[in-house]
Design a protein around this ligand. Structure first.
Ligand SMILES: Nc1ncnc2c1ncn2[C@@H]1O[C@H](COP(=O)(O)OP(=O)(O)O)[C@@H](O)[C@H]1O
Ligand SMILES: [Mg+2]
Length: 246
């Protein structure tokens, strides 16, 4: 087995008296694609906020590469719920943004921009601004931007929750393509079970709040996955049953 990218050790989070995460422990391997599913309000976003040190844990530890998680030290990227291509920047500038902050040399930036625009079919929109793009193209800019720093950890928080199913499948394929190409470790939060089974190498199912890990399921289905195959449907049903708390 590869080495651990993330170690979550007895992690607990309370907001005042509200216990949200209750003594959670798990590890994520380097390069793994993990989906976290669980009912709305169970603490998924809270977990990501802990991982990026936006908020402190009440108890327990979060380690990245064996050290306390630190966004200044670790190369972490995000793609969150709200569409967030920066409207005042064109496609090229959106892709450059994170690389500039990280002071990646100009020549290297250029190589990555070309690579990402080609992979995501964005080359023809290089000079366009987000409001001139289709929703799909804007989402591809957001994914491309997240991958442009070659993050070793990419956190995605229900990025496609609002999309129609066709667009969702299309964008999921784009994420998988970049994940394979760049070998990033991905933690993808979703409440959509089909999406999780389509994407993940491993699914963590959280219980209702206070959240604990109810199941840790490895998904061995070959890719590209067929959502209509009996094997897929069986796993989807298993996860759906696990997630039910009512
Ligand atoms: N900053 C905060 N202060 C108080 N309560 C919070 C805060 N952030 C989240 N919560 C509560 O923690 C619980 C989990 O929220 P969240 O992590 O956003 O759930 P999820 O992302 O799984 O839908 C919810 O009950 C929410 O109201
Ligand atoms: Mg959330």
């Amino acid at each position: 087995m590869g080495q651990d990218k993330i170690q979550v050790i007895n992690l607990t989070k309370k907001f005042g008296d509200l216990l949200v995460l209750n003594n959670i422990s798990f590890n994520v391997k380097k390069g793994e694609f993990i989906c976290v599913v669980g009912p709305t309000g169970c603490g998924k976003t809270t977990f990501l906020n802990l991982l990026t040190r936006l908020i402190p844990p009440t108890a327990g530890e979060l380690l990245i590469d064996g050290e306390p998680a630190d966004p200044r030290k670790h190369n972490i990227s995000f793609a969150f719920q709200e569409p967030s291509a920066m409207p005042w920047l064109n496609v090229r500038q959106n892709l450059e943004y994170g690389m500039k902050i990280r002071k990646i040399p100009k020549a290297e930036q250029e190589i990555r921009i070309q690579r990402i625009m080609t992979l995501l079919g964005l080359s023809e929109f290089e000079k366009n601004y987000p409001h001139e793009l289709s929703v799909s193209a804007e989402q591809r800019v957001i994914i491309g931007r997240a991958f442009s720093t070659y993050p070793d950890l990419l956190l995605m928080d229900e990025p496609y929750g609002q999309m129609d199913i066709k667009m969702r499948f299309y964008l999921e394929d784009q994420v998988l393509k970049l994940w394979k190409e760049f070998g990033s470790t991905v933690i993808f939060i979703t409440h959509n079970v089909e999406e999780a089974v389509y994407l993940a190498e491993r699914i963590l199912v959280l219980t209702n709040k206070p959240a604990t890990i109810k199941e840790d399921v490895r998904i061995e289905l070959p890719r590209p996955r067929d959502v209509t195959s009996p094997e897929f449907i069986q796993i989807r049903k298993h996860i759906t049953d696990a997630i039910k708390w009512w």
